[in-house]
Design a protein around this ligand. Structure first.
Ligand SMILES: Cc1cc2nc3c(=O)[nH]c(=O)nc-3n(C[C@H](O)[C@H](O)[C@H](O)COP(=O)(O)O)c2cc1C
Length: 366
């Protein structure tokens, strides 16, 4: 990012504020909203706030390495991925091409949604060298799934994710109340295929594509994590879709430990949900996630300042991680362990921006 850009955004909440100023109310609500009473969304934050740190001192933290691992294939600058987000083109005209370029320039993967522009091939072509994954909503039978997997591998994606927490589309009341229908929802033929999806389909996909790294995104229990492992899934991705699908679910960080225990090293475990700060990221990695997805957070950057904005989000997140690890007495994620966390009662009332209290103070910050 240019020096001017760095000067402009000094904190994450400044990017949130700038995004809000640039987006119309429909798109803003599409981005920040969740389902029905939005309790799952709030629990994502509450589950992160339910841990405090137990810092260790006098450990020489003059150098802190914030890097992570990507599928055992390469080091990435932070153990973070841009989570799949549909309609990224509503935040920036380049959509997943812009976000992918930012991810790759910074040095983290992007998971490209099947419902964003510029599509499977276009998003890959914009980001030929960066680590990338394609995520599918199932809108057809076996041929539909197989052809997407083949196209994704041909286009150079490293892995393939199937989202499994969307058997039924949820009631997003912010959208419904305004009679707002996203364009991909308006032409969402084939939704019943996602509802009909079963473990038998996963077994078939696994057998038909033995060499492909497969991810199930949207696992919310130890039982389903075990099923995923038994079906030969490579990555169990704990997620409640950012609170946008089933309401009254548990917070993702509250789910993570039981999944890590059930998987017991037989697959990789990733998670997302509510990650807004470097401290959130550190908590998730300590509790057993190998990689953490960010959804809304990078979209604020994308809406605020396109590629530079996403990059700035990642830079600020990295800065916060470095500070957190250093103050914990850890020189890397590997050096941070469970003894550095302590369960506590959350202090703040959780909501989508409760990690950013200065947003509520109109005369402060950006
Ligand atoms: C605007 C928006 C669109 C999303 N679209 C998709 C999608 O197309 N596919 C998918 O698997 N998840 C989708 N998600 C869920 C994200 O991948 C991710 O699970 C969630 O945003 C994580 O929570 P966070 O936003 O609190 O970081 C979307 C989330 C948002 C906020």
């Amino acid at each position: 990012m240019s020096a001017e850009g760095q000067e402009r955004f000094q904190t994450l909440h400044e990017l949130v504020k700038a995004a809000k100023l640039r987006l119309n109310a429909n798109i803003w609500d599409y981005l920040v909203g969740a389902t029905e009473t939005e309790t799952t969304l709030q629990r994502n934050r509450a589950s992160l706030d339910a841990w405090a740190f137990r810092p260790r001192v006098l450990r020489d933290v003059s150098t802190v390495d914030c890097s992570g691992d990507f599928l055992g294939r390469r080091r990435i600058r932070l153990p973070v991925a841009l989570a799949p987000v549909g309609s990224l083109d509503s935040f920036d005209p380049g959509g997943a091409a812009t976000a992918g370029r930012a991810a790759s320039a910074f040095g983290v993967p992007i998971i490209v949604s099947s419902v964003t522009e510029p599509g499977l091939e276009g998003s890959a072509a914009a980001n030929p060298d960066g680590p990338k994954i394609f995520q599918l909503y199932v809108r057809g039978g076996p041929d539909f799934i197989d052809s997407h997997i083949r196209r994704a591998m041909d286009a150079g994606y490293d892995a393939f994710a199937i989202t499994v927490d969307t058997a039924h589309y949820s009631r997003r009341e912010r959208d419904i109340a305004k009679r707002f229908v996203k364009h991909w929802r308006a032409r969402s033929e084939g939704m019943n295929h996602q509802a009909a999806l079963s473990w038998a389909d996963i077994a078939r996909v696994r057998a038909a594509h033995p060499g492909v790294t497969l991810i199930l995104k949207g696992i919310g229990t130890a039982e389903d994590a075990t099923m995923a492992v038994e079906h030969g899934i490579d990555v169990v991705y704990v997620s409640n879709h950012g609170g946008r699908q089933l309401d009254h679910g548990r917070g993702s960080l509250a789910v993570l430990p039981e999944v890590v225990e059930a998987v017991s090293g037989r697959a990789r475990v990733w998670m997302d949900g509510g990650i807004s700060r470097g401290t959130d990221l550190v908590k998730a990695i300590i509790l057993g996630a190998e990689l953490v997805g960010i959804g809304r957070l990078y979209c604020y950057g994308l809406a605020a300042a396109g590629q530079d904005g996403v990059r700035r989000v990642l830079e600020l997140l990295e800065d916060e991680v470095q500070t957190c690890l250093g103050l914990l007495g850890a020189t890397s994620f590997a050096a941070a362990d469970r003894s550095m966390l302590h369960p506590v009662a959350p202090l703040v009332v959780p909501h989508v921006h409760s990690a950013f209290p200065l947003l509520a103070e109109p005369h402060r910050g950006y």
